[in-house]
Write a protein that binds this ligand. Structure first.
Ligand SMILES: Nc1nc2c(ncn2[C@@H]2O[C@H](COP(=O)(O)OP(=O)(O)OP(=O)(O)O)[C@@H](O)[C@H]2O)c(=O)[nH]1
Ligand SMILES: [Mg+2]
Length: 426
């Protein structure tokens, strides 16, 4: 992707920015402020500094400028006064709004979607992650090319390379479309490899448990705690983009595969959900979801709701979910734990940091996974040593003795394996 097509923040120097939000019908001022606070967090994560927040009360966004024209005009002197080089709007702007605002303000105009895309672009590490982000960016860009290229668009009277009468804009649009097709093709290739890897894993019958939750809830911290992994956990939004899967053996010898996934956020751009759907297949395939909630966050209930909404979009609304309230070490009102545990039956409360409540959490995790295993007694003739080895690898042997050459075994095994062992039952 040509870098000049995307407005990104300069990573070295801190860019100053102004946030703009609308208090519209059906939304309280409080909701607007919390949404803007989160937008500020996103801006900070992207490397920008918020110097001013502007809000307006309007029934609906206006078609030409999102906010009223008068209000929009006030933004220019503000930007000059603060030396802000960008203005970020709290909702996704239509192509027309973005274009009009840029003309009016002659400074970089961004919206929430672009900001999230920018963070994802800076953070994607794996090839799949990078391809997915670029795809989402181009899909966002396509209907907005006129805005990005407005001043460049010209009649070029094509000789040779272009069709007659084709404008620069059409050429660019075609190039972007070609790139989108190419990306989709590359992604198919990458995903095929991943599917093969996953099938290998699934053959081992270890239940797949996926950590999901709002960004910054503590998913990676919990994965690290359970698996002694070294996944980046930090106080920034979207620290994790690429799913990481680790083995983990619970105290009752239950073997699981634990996957850490990208965090969710309110108003997650649809193009991103679409392009990350494949990565999030781990969620779709999971035997159990662990929904991590930052209980110390003032908006934890809204965050739970946002996560559930995205899970539904991913077709995982009905999936068995263990709700985990995290960060109970930093609660303003510790009594909140009891009220929330009562309100959400089956939930647990922990601190991934101080490790409070971890034992009860693991116990609950074991209970929820009990259905994936079964206890059995088997007798194996010596030529079945491969099966015996498989039980050791994927199950838990509780006793073994020999009756002549026959191995007599008691074991807890995954259901899939138990099926194949049926004829050796005793
Ligand atoms: N006080 C406190 N902080 C925690 C706890 N668990 C995690 N944190 C902190 O919260 C921040 C976010 O943690 P992560 O584990 O990166 O969160 P995440 O859910 O993986 O975030 P994303 O990958 O961005 O979606 C980090 O600074 C952690 O140190 C906890 O139990 N108590
Ligand atoms: Mg993470």
């Amino acid at each position: 992707m040509p870098s000049h097509l995307l407005p990104t923040f300069k990573k070295q120097s801190v860019e100053k920015t102004i946030l703009v939000g609308l208090e519209r019908a059906g939304k309280s001022r409080w909701e607007l402020l919390e949404s803007l606070q989160e937008l500020g967090e996103l801006a900070r994560t992207a490397g920008a500094k918020v110097v001013e927040i502007v809000t307006q009360k309007l029934e609906h966004p206006t078609a030409p400028y999102y906010i009223g024209k008068g209000k929009a005009e006030e933004l220019l002197p503000l930007a000059i006064m603060h030396e802000a080089s960008s203005i970020i709007f709290d909702d996704e702007l239509t192509p027309a709004q973005g274009r009009n605002l840029e003309v009016l303000l002659s400074c970089k105009v961004l919206d929430r979607t672009q900001l999230i895309l920018d963070i994802f672009a800076a953070r994607a590490r794996s090839r799949e992650g990078r391809l997915q982000v670029e795809l989402a960016q181009l899909q966002y860009l396509l209907p907005r090319l006129t805005r990005m290229w407005g001043h460049l668009s010209r009649q070029t009277g094509g000789i040779g390379t272009r069709g007659p009468g084709e404008t620069q804009l059409e050429v660019d649009r075609r190039r972007v479309q070609e790139r989108i097709s190419r990306l989709k093709e590359d992604l198919r290739g990458v995903r095929q490899v991943r599917t093969i890897q996953r099938e290998g894993r699934l053959r081992r019958h270890w239940p797949l448990v996926s950590l999901v939750g709002y960004t910054n809830a503590g998913k990676s911290s919990l994965l690290n705690l359970l698996t002694h992994a070294d996944v980046l956990a930090e106080d920034k939004l979207f620290a994790t983009l690429d799913p990481t899967t680790r083995h983990c053996i619970l105290p009752n010898h239950q073997k699981i595969l634990l996957t850490d996934t990208v965090g969710f956020i309110r108003k997650l751009p649809h193009t991103l959900i679409e392009s990350f759907k494949a990565t999030l297949e781990e969620v779709e395939l999971a035997d159990l979801l662990i929904h991590v909630v930052d209980l110390s966050h003032p908006q934890y209930l809204e965050q739970i709701e946002a996560v559930e909404k995205i899970l539904a979009e991913l077709g995982a609304a009905e999936k068995e979910t263990l709700l985990v309230f995290n960060k109970i070490d930093q609660l303003k009102y510790p009594a909140l734990v009891q009220t929330q545990l009562a309100r959400f039956p089956g939930s647990v409360a922990i601190s991934a940091l101080s490790q409070r409540g971890i034992d009860a959490f693991i116990h609950e995790l074991e209970n929820r996974l009990a259905r994936t295993r079964t206890q059995g007694s088997y007798a194996f003739p010596p030529e079945q040593s491969a099966l015996l080895a498989e039980i050791y690898r994927n199950g838990h042997v509780t006793s073994l003795h020999y009756d002549g050459e026959t191995s007599m075994i008691d074991a807890i095994v995954p259901l899939g394996l138990a099926q194949r062992l049926h004829s050796f039952k005793r």
